[in-house]
Design a protein around this ligand. Structure first.
Ligand code: ADP
Ligand code: MG
Length: 407
C-alpha cells in the first residue's frame, strides 16, 4: 500500500500541527505518547478515564467512551493517523476512524487478537506458513461442545474467548467435573479449553510492519510469569536456544505478513518439553500493540518498540533496531507498595536507584493495588553477569518474584 509519510513538526494550511492519536490511555499509550512527542508530534488520546496515564501527558485528551461518535469524530479531526494501545478497543470504532484516517493496526487484525477463538483459528490457518501451531484446544460455546470435549485436553486451562488479560478469565481444570463447574462460574460465555502444556520457558517476539510491507523487529525475549502476570523479561544473547529464537522470529514475521498487519505486533510463545534438548515452540497469543515484554527496548536498544509504533503508523522508515546492552526488565505491580504486613509503604527507590544501570519507569497511577501494573524497572549493564547481579539486588530490595526461574 502506498502511503505518504506524516512528518513530525509539519503544520498544515489551517495551522494544525502533525498529530498522532491513540485509542486507550493506559501505560502503553503513555509510552507511545512520550515516543511520539520526542520526535516532535503532537498527540491525542481517547480514554474515558480523566486520570488515564496517557491522557495526563498528551496534548489532547478526549474523555469519551471508545464507541462515542463525537469522541471518534474529534479524534479523527485532530489526528493524521491513529493507533491503539489495547486490544479491547471496539473493532467498530477502529472501522469508523478508518473511513477518514489511516488506522494501524487495522480493525480486522485487532478483531482477531480480541477473540481467542478467532486468534487460534488464525494461528491454525497460518501454521503451514509460520511453522508453529498453538496448543491443542476446543471451542466451548454450547453445553453440547462442553460434553464433547476430548479427554486428552485435560488437565487444561479454560480461557474466556474475550476480555482476558494478565491471567484474568482463566481457570485451571483437572477433569470434566471441574471443567463443567468452571464454565458455569464463567456464566457459560464463549471459551476455549486448552491442554495444559509442560512449559520449559516462555518467550515473545515483537515486530513492526509498515504500510509497504517492510518488517523489522527485536530478538525474542524470554519471559517469566508469576500468577499469570508477566514478572520478568530477560533480553540478552543466550536467553534461549538460538535455533528456537530464529524459528520464533521467522514465525512472527510470517504471522504479521499473513494478516497484512501494520504497526507493532507481539506474539507470545511457549517452549514446551517434548523430550528434545531445546524443547518445541508453540504459539500462545498475540497482542496488536507494543507489549510489556518489550519495555526493555526503551533503555537497551537504540530504537524502542514505541518508536517503531510511531514510525510504522506515520509511514516513516523502519530501521532495524540495535540492542546495545543486555537487559532485564522487572515489572512493578502494586504489591511493591505494601510491606509484608500489608501496610502501605513507599518502595525504597533510594536504594534501587543507587544501583548501576537501573531505569525506573512509573506510569503515573496514583493508587497502588495488588496486581496492578504501576511501572517497570529496566536494568542494563556492560555484560549479562552484572545485569543479573543488579537485578537480583533490586529483587531483594523490592521483594520481586520470578528471577529464579531464569536460572
Ligand atoms: P493472558 O491473556 O492473560 O496473557 P495467556 O493465555 O497468555 O493469557 O496465559 C497467561 C499465562 O498462563 C501464560 O503466559 C502461561 O504462563 C500460562 N498458560 C497459559 N496457557 C497455558 C497452557 N496451555 N499450558 C501451560 N501454561 C499456560
Ligand atoms: Mg499472555
Amino acid at each position: 500500500m502506498s502511503f505518504s509519510p506524516i512528518f513530525p513538526g509539519a503544520v498544515d494550511v489551517s495551522g494544525q500541527p502533525a498529530t498522532l492519536g491513540v485509542m486507550g490511555g493506559g501505560q502503553l499509550g503513555r509510552m507511545f505518547v512520550h515516543a511520539a512527542q520526542r520526535l516532535g508530534y503532537f498527540t491525542a488520546v481517547l480514554d474515558p478515564d480523566p486520570q488515564s496515564p496517557a491522557g495526563r501527558v498528551s496534548h489532547h485528551h478526549i474523555q469519551t467512551a471508545y464507541n462515542n461518535d463525537k469522541g471518534l469524530q474529534q479524534l479523527a479531526s485532530l489526528c493524521a493517523a491513529v493507533t491503539t494501545e489495547f486490544e479491547n478497543v471496539p473493532a467498530d470504532a477502529l472501522q469508523a476512524l478508518a473511513v477518514s484516517r489511516p488506522v494501524a493496526p487495522g480493525a480486522a487484525a485487532v478483531a482477531i487478537a480480541q477473540n481467542r477463538i478467532e486468534e487460534k483459528a488464525h494461528f491454525t490457518a497460518s501454521a503451514g506458513v509460520a511453522g508453529v501451531t498453538c496448543a491443542p484446544y476446543a471451542v466451548i460455546e454450547t453445553p453440547a461442545q462442553l460434553m464433547a470435549v476430548p479427554a486428552e485436553l485435560l488437565p487444561g486451562i479454560l480461557k474466556t474467548a474475550r476480555m482476558g488479560y494478565d491471567g484474568k478469565g482463566q481457570v485451571r481444570v483437572a477433569d470434566m467435573a471441574e471443567l463443567a463447574v468452571a464454565w458455569a462460574d464463567l456464566k457459560g460465555v464463549a471459551c476455549v479449553l486448552e491442554k495444559l502444556l509442560p512449559l520449559k520457558a516462555e518467550c515473545s517476539v515483537i515486530v513492526a510492519r509498515g504500510w509497504d510491507g517492510t518488517v523489522t523487529g527485536f530478538a525474542p525475549q524470554r519471559n517469566v510469569h508469576v500468577g499469570g502476570i508477566l514478572a520478568v523479561t530477560a533480553a540478552y544473547e543466550g536467553n534461549m536456544p538460538s535455533a528456537l529464537a530464529q524459528r520464533a522470529r521467522t514465525a512472527t514475521k510470517l504471522i504479521a505478513n499473513h494478516i497484512g498487519y501494520v504497526g507493532v505486533l507481539c506474539v507470545e510463545f511457549f517452549v514446551i518439553d517434548d523430550g528434545s534438548a531445546d524443547g518445541a515452540l508453540v504459539v500462545n497469543e498475540m497482542a496488536p500493540r507494543p507489549h510489556n515484554s518489550g519495555h526493555y527496548t526503551m533503555d537497551a536498544c537504540d530504537v524502542s518498540q514505541f518508536d517503531l509504533q510511531v514510525h510504522a503508523m506515520a509511514g516513516l522508515p523502519l530501521p532495524a533496531p540495535r540492542q546495545h546492552s543486555p537487559a532485564i526488565m522487572l515489572n512493578l505491580l502494586g504489591d511493591v507498595w505494601f510491606d509484608a504486613a500489608g501496610e502501605p509503604r513507599t518502595p525504597d527507590w533510594q536504594a534501587v536507584l543507587a544501583l548501576p544501570g537501573t531505569h525506573l519507569h512509573l506510569y503515573g497511577k496514583l493508587e497502588a493495588r495488588p496486581g496492578r501494573k504501576m511501572g517497570h524497572l529496566n536494568i542494563t549493564g556492560a555484560d549479562i553477569a552484572s545485569v543479573k547481579a543488579v537485578a537480583r539486588q533490586v529483587a531483594n530490595i523490592l521483594s520481586l518474584p520470578g528471577l529464579d526461574a531464569l536460572e
